[in-house]
Design a protein around this ligand. Structure first.
Ligand code: PRX
Length: 690
């Protein structure tokens, strides 16, 4: 009944004297909004064919998902293949309240299944064997390849057998088996999702590391999860540059050996378009060429059946403090959740051609390049290259070439003015999209015809949490609209009190959903501390959010020390520690600032050790230090030389003030009287332009 009350509060305004938010208004056929409400209605034809064709339909489904989550999700899960069904009496169990003991989330416990089997074998059995699973578009124009579902399954099987037989029998008998970790450090070649699916098929836990991370970051992850093997390629072309990935892996492996973790097998794909074998450095007792081994194996392979709660993958992500966290997702709930969110948020139909520009190194590439779409039998475009190579029209050429109907990207990529006839639904993720960018995406790219799914979610959530359902209800430019089925978002004030109606505060989730992460690898305590202790009783997202008078949700960005740069999530603490490791840097404080292209840019305040003077050369070498330790994508956009940092008397850096200085809001510095040395602020302002 608590849940039910919450649903009611979502649909009625406590203070609005009986006023009902637009979903109900639409149902009732009432006159809707005044101009300032800026509602964008989807066209009738679209709505008529949509999975969720009206607000009423959504409300019906949503209410059921909240009132009877077990029934709602069981019905959906029943459409998948389970070797053994889950315990009907306990479809899920959850404790999200630290005050009641350990946080524990389980879905479909007792169920036995395999996500790779559901994504490939089941679709083939349903007659999709000859349907294209992947259109692969290379970095260079004219380079491409295609795999049908049948071919994809063969490749995956060859690879799983490689993992089983080759590693077990020939290479020191280490054998990758159920539960073992495998690190994948590959660019967007088809071998990346193939390797992920192969791990899933044998119950191994993949941990994909984005191939833009430096060797130090890679080795940190290797040391944390101790994989049985590392999979990479010799090199990749990105735009006009060649990146030598194998060299990066080699140094990461040296570094991890120094830290007590050695890897016996480094499987390397020969990416001929970037580099030849002859010029690739090789360690004969450890390195294996993919092409020499994998294709020798049979193209069928048994499935390892796993428990719904067996781990599927680890994905490291940045937090506000300390080292990256290994977000752990399990099999059953994640499978059901990614498949269902994909189907509804993109209004997926079998004839769709879907392209998501994300790299499999991030959660979007796990849930919405690989698992979600393939589980639905969708054709997926994979793109190896950079969106602006050879020019900024590349994205739209790809949309045209493959007749993409569902296009999912980050606001950063809304780069050029084209409209494309094949498009049906547009998706956006990773950062708040401002209303003018939204309108441009809608009016120009989508020709005022395609609904926009502005999907709010996180590595931790596994799948979409707040998202429009195309055609279901009117949109507001810049709003992620309403919760997905089964999700109860709430907004709390700083004391953790739930606030209702028109409000703004911290975004939390009140219940568990199937796609939720279950722990941080090896550190359940940190899981509880980071996500469940700030506001006891709830999952805390780290994001700010407001809800307008009509019940629409507006994400306002991170409220902790995490920044989102071009869809890459970066912890300010990581950048600071990379800067401080530079011998001439005494102290560093990093904040995010608004950036026209990247969403947020990285702004670093740096104090130098005594006697050192700032110079252009030093600036470059500080930036290099970040590139080396994290990766090029984390390089600060701006270094601000600081004689000192504003601190409280207890020594805490006042980032609020630094953010204002960084963004030039010098009249809004607020109260500086609690600073240990208020004069620091004036010095910083004076040095802004040096
Ligand atoms: O701040 C939110 C932002 O991205 C964060 C999650 O980052 P990550 O785990 O790397 O996953 C990115 C892809 C899901 C969130 O805490 N974010 C994500 N989607 C949106 C968003 N901010 C506003 N609007 C969105 N649609």
């Amino acid at each position: 009944t608590n849940h039910l009350r919450h649903v009611e509060s979502l649909t009625t305004l406590p203070s609005g004297a009986g006023k009902i938010f637009p979903l109900n208004a639409v149902i009732l056929g009432e006159a809707l909004a005044s101009e300032e409400d800026d509602l964008i209605f989807s066209n009738k034809d679209f709505s008529n064919q949509a999975h969720v064709s009206s607000p009423q339909k959504y409300l019906e489904m949503y209410k059921r998902s909240i009132v009877d989550p077990a029934g709602f999700w069981s019905d959906i899960a029943s459409q998948f293949y389970w070797k053994q069904r889950w315990d009907e009496h306990c479809v899920y169990s959850e404790n999200l309240d630290v005050r009641n003991g350990d946080i524990k989330i389980q879905w479909f416990k007792g169920g036995v299944t395999n996500i790779c089997y559901n994504a490939l074998d089941m679709n083939i059995q349903a007659g999709l064997g000859d349907k294209t699973a992947f259109f692969w578009e290379g970095n260079d124009l004219g380079k491409g390849a295609t795999l049908t579902f049948n071919q994809l399954l063969s490749k995956v099987c060859q690879f799983t057998l490689f993992a089983h037989a080759q590693l077990a029998n020939y290479l020191k008998d280490i054998g990758v088996k159920k539960g073992d970790a495998v690190i994948i450090y590959l660019p967007m070649l088809m071998e990346l999702p193939i390797a992920m699916l192969a791990c899933a098929r044998i119950g191994a836990v993949h941990s994909v590391v984005f191939a833009g991370f430096s060797s130090e970051s890679l080795s940190q992850r290797i040391v944390d999860c101790k994989p049985k093997a590392v999979i990479t390629c010799n090199a990749v072309r990105r735009g006009s540059k060649v990146l030598n990935l194998k060299d990066i892996v080699d140094s990461a492996l040296v570094e991890s050996t120094n830290n007590g973790v050695s890897i016996d097998v480094c499987l390397t794909y020969e990416n001929q378009s970037a580099m030849t074998r002859e010029t690739t450095k090789w360690q004969i007792d450890r390195d294996v060429w993919w092409q020499d081994i994998v294709s020798k194996y049979p193209t069928t392979c048994e499935v390892e059946w796993v428990d719904a709660e067996d781990p599927l993958f680890l994905l490291y992500t940045s937090g506000s403090t300390g080292k990256p966290k290994g977000v752990l997702h399990t099999t059953g709930g994640y499978m059901i959740y990614t498949a269902t969110t994909f189907k509804y948020a993109f209004d997926y139909k079998p004839s769709d051609i879907y392209w998501c520009t994300a790299d499999c190194g991030w959660i979007t590439g796990h849930s919405y390049v690989t698992y979600g779409p393939l589980l639905n039998g969708s054709t997926v475009v994979l793109f190896e290259g950079a969106p602006n190579y050879p020019d900024s029209g590349r994205c739209w050429d790809i949309v045209d070439k493959y007749k993409v109907t569902l296009f999912y990207t980050a606001p950063t990529l809304f780069v050029n003015r084209y409209s494309r006839k094949s498009l049906r639904v547009l998706g956006s993720v990773g950062e708040p999209i401002n209303p003018s960018a939204w309108r441009w995406f809608y009016n120009v790219v989508g020709d005022s015809r395609c609904p926009i799914s502005d999907t709010w979610w996180q590595t931790e959530t596994g799948g979409f949490m707040i998202t429009p359902l195309p055609g279901a209800w009117p949109q507001k430019p810049g709003s992620a609209t309403f919760p997905f089925f089964g999700v109860l978002p709430i907004i709390v004030d700083e004391k953790g009190n739930e606030i209702e109606g028109e409000c703004s505060g911290y975004l939390c989730i009140k219940n568990s959903w199937p796609g939720a992460f279950r722990t941080l690898y090896g550190d359940h305590e940190r899981y509880e501390t980071t996500y469940f202790k700030p506001f006891p009783g709830y999952y805390f997202s780290g994001d700010g959010c407001s809800r307008d008078k009509d019940g629409y949700h507006w994400l306002t960005g991170r409220v902790d020390d995490v920044i989102n740069v071009s869809g890459h999530r970066i912890g300010t603490a990581e950048v600071e520690s990379a800067l401080v490791s530079h011998p001439q840097c005494a102290e560093a404080a990093v904040v995010g600032v608004e950036h026209e292209v990247k969403g947020q840019g990285i702004y670093a305040f740096v104090t130098l050790v005594g006697g050192v003077h700032y110079s252009e050369e030093l600036r470059k070498s500080l930036i290099l230090s970040v590139r080396k330790q994290i990766g090029a994508f984390a390089a600060p956009d701006r270094i601000h030389w600081a004689p000192g940092l504003p601190k409280t008397r207890s020594g805490k850096i006042m980032r609020r003030i630094l953010r204002k200085i960084a963004s030039g809001q010098l009249n809004e510095l607020g109260d500086t009287s609690t600073l240990a040395e208020p004069s620091v602020v004036d010095q910083l302002i004076a040095l802004r332009d040096t």
